[in-house]
Structures are given as structure tokens and as C-alpha cells.
Unconditional design. Structure first.
Length: 280
């Protein structure tokens, strides 16, 4: 495993988010972290990407603690797509993607032919050739997310970490982004690890799922191994049925009843049953 954590404790000031957390990201696979809001998924991804230093334990990248590397060295080994993305005003798609080459260049140096080739490849593989001169702020949500993924690809790393890459996208754009990441894994051999809220999307696209709750790893494994009615009740507090997807054969989780909610007198009232098959 190129990237893993060893019994890390993660905290912001006096608020401890995770304790004794060990995660090993499988090489050459698509891994997804799922769990309830506030369980520590995004915090764990921040630690894996060197954006948050553990109070205890260590994050190991290519056999060394990740904090032994410089920022540029880390950026040559892994690419990170955070949840909040802000592009400079009026920047074009191509100029945004060029930022991915900064870890490989000396300050003020002239871009090399290798730099140009990587940017052109990233634009081509993400289907942005017709949009390279367009301003990023004029793109649709899915196009914009593809531009940021192209920036990650331009870094030339084999590891890509993404924090909720489908947030704020409608279903069509979610599928567009996840299809792209799947293709990058299959066709380019990229190792992808990401945080998702929707456990049906995780089931469809992940090779390996990490399930977290209250800062701890509850279980991990293939979608078929971990996405069970018992697990969904234990972690998400919902009653659900799990069937085989009629097209892909992957687990399809159908929520039947949500968490109980309190009435004014303190008693519990069940949440009405829902028939939707996908929840975010």
C-alpha cells in the first residue's frame, strides 16, 4: 500500500474527531469513505493528503511519514481535490489546468515540452478539448468539476484523493464525474480515494469501501461485503433492504424507515417510510 495511516488521532483545537484510525488505501483501486455527517470522513481525507497533521500516529506515503516530504514532493506523488474549489476570476480552463504542473517546475522557469504534453493529455482525457479557451466560471457544474480533475491529472500522479466530488451536482453530472474517475482507474491505472455521501453511488463505483462512524473505522471491504441491512442500521440508523442492482449486479440499498425522531413529550415517532432508492 503506497498510502496508509497508522493509529492516527485527528483533532481541531480541543475537538477530537478521530482516534486510533488506521486506513490503508488499496493500490490501483477506487476506494470510497462513507458514513454519517460528522463521522470524520473528510477529516481523514485531509490527513491522508497532508492537509492536517495527526496529533498521534502517522500517515505513511511510499514508505515514509508524509510530513517528512516537502509540499512539492507530496504534490508530485498525490493529487488532492478538496470540497471547496475557488478558481481565479475569469481564468480559462487551460490556464487552470496548468497549475497542475507547478510541483514539477522551478520558479519562473519556462514550461517544458513535457509540461505541455501533460496539460494537453489531461485536457483530452477529460473531454475538455472544445472548452480549453473558455472561462471556468462559464462552465456547467459537471464541466467545472472535470476541469479540476484535469488539473489533478496534469500533476502526473498515480494517487488522486477527492473530497465529495459530486457535491452540489445533479444526478447527471454526478454520474459524469464518477464515470470519468472510473475510466481513469481502469484505463490509466490511477488509484482513487474519495469521500461520498450517497452509499448507492459508492456501491456502484467503489472497489473498496471504508465505513466510518464517530471517528472510527467500523468495517471495510467490497460493496457486497459491507453494505448490508445490519450495517446500514448500525451506522446510519435506518432500516433498509439491500438487493442486487438489475443492471450492474452491485448492491442497491433501499431505505424503508429513517431514524426515530422525538415528539414534544419526549417519545419517539418513526420517520415515515420512503421509497427512494438513492440517498445523499
Amino acid at each position: 500500500m503506497r498510502l496508509h495511516t497508522e493509529a492516527i488521532q485527528l483533532a481541531y483545537d480541543n475537538l477530537v474527531i478521530a482516534t486510533d484510525l488506521s486506513l490503508a488505501i488499496p493500490d490501483g483501486k477506487v476506494s470510497v469513505l462513507i458514513g454519517p455527517n460528522g463521522c470524520g470522513k473528510s477529516t481523514a481525507l485531509r490527513a491522508l493528503s497532508r492537509l492536517l497533521k495527526p496529533r498521534q500516529g502517522s500517515v505513511v506515503l511510499d514508505g515514509r511519514t508524509i510530513h517528512a516530504y516537502s509540499t512539492k514532493e507530496v504534490a508530485r506523488r498525490l493529487a488532492v481535490l478538496p470540497q471547496v474549489l475557488v478558481a481565479p476570476e475569469a481564468i480559462t480552463v487551460e490556464d487552470l489546468i496548468w497549475f497542475g504542473r507547478h510541483p514539477h517546475r522551478r520558479s519562473l522557469s519556462v514550461p517544458s515540452s513535457d509540461d505541455k504534453d501533460m496539460v494537453d493529455w489531461a485536457i483530452e482525457v477529460t473531454g475538455l478539448a472544445g472548452l480549453r479557451r473558455k472561462s471556468v466560471d462559464q462552465l456547467s457544474g459537471g464541466q467545472r468539476q472535470r476541469a479540476w480533475i484535469a488539473l489533478c491529472l496534469a500533476q502526473g500522479t498515480e494517487l488522486i484523493l477527492l473530497d465529495e466530488p459530486t457535491t452540489f451536482l445533479d444526478v447527471a453530472y454526478q454520474l459524469e464525474v464518477l464515470d470519468l474517475l472510473h475510466e481513469l482507474n481502469i484505463e490509466q491505472g490511477k488509484t482513487v480515494a474519495m469521500v461520498l455521501h450517497d452509499f448507492n453511488m459508492a456501491a456502484e463505483y467503489a472497489d473498496h469501501i471504508f465505513v466510518m462512524k464517530e471517528g472510527s473505522l467500523v468495517t471495510e471491504g467490497s460493496p457486497a461485503e459491507v453494505l448490508t441491512p445490519a450495517l446500514l442500521h448500525q451506522v446510519f440508523g435506518i432500516e433498509a433492504r439491500v438487493h442486487s442492482h438489475p443492471v450492474s449486479g452491485k448492491p442497491l440499498c433501499i431505505p424503508i424507515k429513517g431514524r426515530a425522531r422525538s415528539t414534544p413529550d419526549g417519545s419517539a415517532t418513526p420517520v415515515p417510510a420512503r421509497s427512494r432508492a438513492v440517498i445523499g
